[in-house]
Design a binder for this molecule. Structure first.
Ligand SMILES: Cc1ncc(COP(=O)(O)O)c(C=O)c1O
Length: 403
């Protein structure tokens, strides 16, 4: 991908160059970012400590790692460069980022409108926990996000959505929702974990806050937990003030691993997209497969929106087996290359059955309401050879009785 233009027509480096170098040049001194494994930092004098606590911008050093750390700052700057954000804040997990981001916008009595297709942990937070602290939430169907003026109430402050969605891989028009939300006076937070900034940059589409689980494609190797929020300096200032007290900070060693992962983000995600398209096209014609859901297929209802707001169609494929859950379980048990594991975005292909993971314990009626077929299989494509993944899927499908 070549250099692109963002905000005000300024030519920006291409996303691959930004993945490797951020917005700056190669580091001076050590080429890779050192891990600053220290909880605290030494002041020269009482006067210097006072200047730091008073927020003197001339003092670039750190004070205490819960407040900030050079390795964490390097990651925050790298992520901000990728998302085209003024600033970023990193966290111990995606959930720490999501919860802190939501709390940074709301006050007692405020309402959050949460897309019905949202990561289960985020839904649980807004639906079950916020009301205990005097905030409210409403779960809104993706179609209703496109007519927010009629949906928002007087205390609605924030819309939270994700696109593509988990696990049904629906696509939501972020620019259209942001337009509606701003007209109704609401801020918009987008969980960009599924797409990654390589494929989609929601701030450029009008979102106010972008959230990531770094555990997924940004870390990229299924070996760390982390989260991030990106947005304006003012919003990230409020976020950091909360983080200092809530305390869900990322540890510097994990930050180093994410920085390493970022340098190959564009290569890994491009390969995941190729593998996803190859698997989706192959499964489409399989007699035991009822339906394949992948935004890259022209039959996907969100295909045109995905073409507009994403640079490729992502590494997540979902499909429904004709024989329902028993067939999905036989397929799952028959896999020999793809790993039977939750999570996504890593170099290994991971397969999960949503009725046993994100939608565990749902009744048939609840599954229907959430649009989850019991025979749904979710695949997070890795970077293996497509031919081996397709052969693995075919062999596992051969063990599934004809429905
Ligand atoms: C889309 C999405 N958002 C947020 C999260 C939560 O991230 P974490 O597990 O890093 O807390 C996940 C985790 O699966 C996710 O898939």
């Amino acid at each position: 991908m070549s250099a692109e233009r963002e905000g005000g027509g300024r030519a920006r480096r291409g996303i691959g160059t930004r993945a490797v170098h951020g917005d700056g040049g190669p580091r001076q001194g050590p080429l890779t970012t050192p891990i600053v494994q220290s909880s605290t930092f030494v002041f020269d004098s009482a006067a210097e400590m006072r200047r730091y606590l008073e927020g003197d911008p001339e003092l670039a050093f750190e004070f205490y790692t819960r407040y900030g750390n050079p390795t964490l700052r390097a990651l925050e700057e790298a992520l901000a460069a990728l998302e085209g954000a003024e600033a970023g804040v990193v966290f111990a997990s995606g959930m720490a980022a999501a919860t802190t981001g939501i709390l940074s916008v709301l006050e007692a009595g405020d309402e959050v409108l949460a897309s019905a297709s949202l990561y289960g942990g985020t839904t649980k937070f807004v639906r079950d926990l916020l009301p205990k602290w005097g905030m409210t939430s409403r779960i809104v169907a993706p179609a209703d996000l496109l007519r927010l003026k009629g949906v928002a109430g007087p205390r609605s402050r924030l819309v939270v959505l994700e696109s593509p969605t988990n696990p049904a891989v629906e696509v939501i028009d972020i620019e259209a929702v942001a337009g509606q939300a701003h007209a109704a006076g609401l801020a918009v937070m987008v969980d960009n974990t599924f797409a990654s900034p390589f494929l989609q940059r929601p701030l450029g589409l009008g979102a106010d806050i972008v959230m990531h689980s770094l555990t997924k494609a940004l870390g990229g190797h299924s070996d760390i937990m982390g989260g991030a929020l990106l947005g304006s300096r003012a919003r990230m200032g409020r976020v950091r003030d909360l983080l200092k007290v809530l305390g869900g900070i990322l540890d510097p060693h994990s930050a180093f691993l994410v920085l390493r992962g970022l340098k190959t983000l564009h290569l890994r995600v491009a390969r995941q997209c190729e593998n996803a398209m190859a698997l989706a096209v192959h499964l489409q014609d399989h007699p035991k497969v009822a339906r394949v859901v992948y935004p890259g297929l022209p039959t996907h209802p969100g295909h045109e929106v995905a073409r507009r707001q994403m640079s490729s169609f992502g590494g997540m494929v979902a499909f429904v087996l004709r024989g329902g859950l028993p067939s999905a379980e036989r397929f799952y048990d028959g896999l020999r290359v793809m790993a039977r594991a939750a999570s996504l975005g890593g170099v290994e292909t991971l397969v999960s059955l949503p009725v046993h993971t994100s939608h565990h314990g749902y009744s048939e009626a609840q599954l229907r309401a959430a649009g989850i077929d019991p025979g749904l299989v979710r695949v997070s494509l890795g970077v293996e050879d497509a031919a081996d993944l397709i052969a693995d899927a075919d062999a596992a499908l051969a063990g599934v009785p004809a429905a």
